[in-house]
Design a protein around this ligand. Structure first.
Ligand code: NAI
Ligand code: MG
Length: 497
């Protein structure tokens, strides 16, 4: 036992911390009672509506539109019109100007957006403030920079916009996924019809106000709200040239079937079941922080979450012990409290799914650990959970739970780690923790994952491409690669001598 461990033995971390609550004020956000669809630069009164709520309290927040097929058709027509009559012809430097403006306005209004994001989605304010908002603005800044440099991004090609992009996004990072979709599309000269997820429409609707402030020409970005039926209408719309989807593998497959043979371009960013792999030479305390960040960040509602922990057998016991001790210090509760580490589960539907999968874990024989924590009575909550004794065949080791639930498995050799990590239908991300640089490279070459983090986890940057293999989808978002799906590059032949 080391000196440090002896100290911990004598003075175990208390299982209950008493914090003074530090609630963020809500009054920076002004909600409307009712929101329409944003089409052609105008608010259109919706024909049908539903109520969007706060998942932390089940309190109704606003009425929003459930777009009908006719409303989707109108939004697509507005996007087509804006594409044909101006946007695709204005100088790239002019396009960049709008994107820079949007980025700066997002920065200026980031506090307002962060509070709204936490209110409607349930994520801790600490995360919406320090992750979602800075990254959303950074994405617009990054692609603003490419708008007038496309000829350099793709030398000897002749990059041209595609036309109208239909974009369907999920509820786990509502504004950030909007930024990932809209910024590259506009930089490349396309126009957009975007649909936020049904449980988290409010930040996308507030974003329309940013578009007005930036004086973006009408119709370049159109936002319609609604559930999967609205999404399906966007996919079907004849005048849409490209679909970008982030969400479940099930819906992704349905969209792929729908678009087969239509010639429409498609990118899919789907689920994941990432392995976070800890070797015995890793800096353990850092690795434990990486495990915590990997699976409890955003309540585990993260497609690249490190939901399968692979620990080298020789360090299994200290890792599990440190992890459990660290779990007892996580604060679960009010998303608007600045001390909160784990917020509310996004919806009743998602909570049901987590509960169902956790029950199968216990039935199949895994051992469950949850730290003592008092969950609020109203709203949707799930305590941070760790499963040990997990076999590779268990559903909790195979299926995406998309919640704060970690499954721990062990391995002996690097070869075994690779084999277990790749034993999944998904291939979005992975983490490797080791002091050996050569081993990081050896592992990264063999892991079938779009992103491999080394001695860190869940780190994002607009310049770094993100996307998956296998059932995690195809196409990349971020970086120069993220422009490709929004460009027609086939003009290359015209340039050859
Ligand atoms: P979902 O795939 O149904 O929803 C994602 C988006 O697609 C939403 O905007 C939704 O309205 C839209 N949509 C739904 N059906 C559609 C259709 N037929 N055509 C076009 N658009 C459609 O995901 P859901 O049901 O919210 O979550 C189920 C599971 O999916 C989660 O438990 C999680 O495992 C996974 N998921 C993965 C995400 C990721 O980032 N990769 C994001 C959200 C969910
Ligand atoms: Mg669904």
């Amino acid at each position: 036992m080391t000196e440090l461990e002896r100290k911990h033995e004598r003075a175990p971390v208390p299982s209950e911390w008493t914090y003074a609550s530090a609630p963020e004020a809500r009054d920076i956000v002004t909600l409307q009672e009712r929101y329409g669809h944003y089409v052609g630069g105008e608010w259109v009164e919706p024909r049908e509506t539903y109520t969007t709520i706060s998942p932390a309290s089940e309190e109704p927040l606003a009425e929003v539109g459930q777009a009908t097929p006719e409303e989707v058709t109108a939004a697509v027509a507005a996007a087509r019109d804006a594409f044909e009559n101006g946007w695709s012809d204005i100088s790239p430097a002019e396009r960049a100007k709008y994107l820079f403006r949007i980025a700066r306005i997002l920065q200026e209004r980031s506090h307002e957006f962060a509070v709204l994001e936490s209110l409607n989605g349930g994520k801790p304010i600490k995360e919406s403030r320090d992750v979602d908002l800075p990254l959303s603005a950074a994405h617009f800044f990054y692609y603003a920079g490419w708008a007038d440099k496309l000829e350099y991004a793709f030398p000897n090609r002749r990059p041209r916009p595609i036309g109208v992009a239909g974009q369907i996004i999920p509820w786990n990072f509502p504004l950030l996924m909007l930024a990932w979709k809209i910024a590259p599309a506009l930089a490349a000269g396309n126009t957009v019809v975007l649909k936020p997820a049904e449980t988290t429409p409010l930040s996308a609707l507030l974003f329309c106000d940013v578009l007005r402030q930036a004086e973006l020409p009408p119709g370049v970005v159109n936002i319609v709200t609604g559930d999967g039926r609205t999404g399906a209408e966007i996919v079907k719309a004849e005048s849409v040239d490209k679909i970008a989807f982030t969400g479940s593998t099930e819906v992704g497959k349905a969209i792929q079937r729908e678009l087969a043979g239509t010639g429409k371009k498609l990118t899919l960013e789907l689920g994941g079941k990432a392995a976070n792999i800890i070797f015995d030479d890793a800096a353990l305390d850092q690795a434990v922080e990486g495990i915590i960040n990997g699976i409890y960040f955003n309540q585990g509602h993260v497609c690249c979450a490190g939901s399968r922990l692979l620990v080298q057998e020789s360090i299994y016991e200290p890792v599990v012990e440190k992890l459990k001790r660290r779990l007892t210090t996580l604060r679960v509760g009010d998303p608007l409290d600045k001390n909160t580490d784990v917020g509310a589960i996004n919806s009743k539907q998602q909570l049901d799914k987590i509960q169902e999968l956790v029950a199968t874990g216990e039935e199949e024989g895994a051992e469950i650990y949850q730290p003592p924590c008092r969950l609020p009575e109203k709203g949707y909550w799930f305590a941070p959970t760790v499963f040990t004794n997990v076999a590779q065949s268990y559903r909790i080791a195979q299926e995406e739970i998309f919640g704060p639930v970690l499954s721990i498995l062990t391995f002996r050799t690097p070869e075994e780690a690779v084999e277990k990590a790749n034993n999944t239908p998904y291939g979005l991300s992975a983490g490797v923790w080791t002091e050996k640089g050569s081993r990081i490279l050896w592992m990264a070459e063999r892991l079938r994952a779009g992103v491999v983090w080394a001695n860190t986890y869940n780190r994002f940057d607009p310049s770094s491409p993100f996307g998956g293999y296998k059932e995690s989808g195809f196409g990349r978002e971020g970086g120069r690669h993220g422009l490709e799906p929004y460009l027609d590059l086939d003009g290359s032949q015209a340039l050859s001598p």
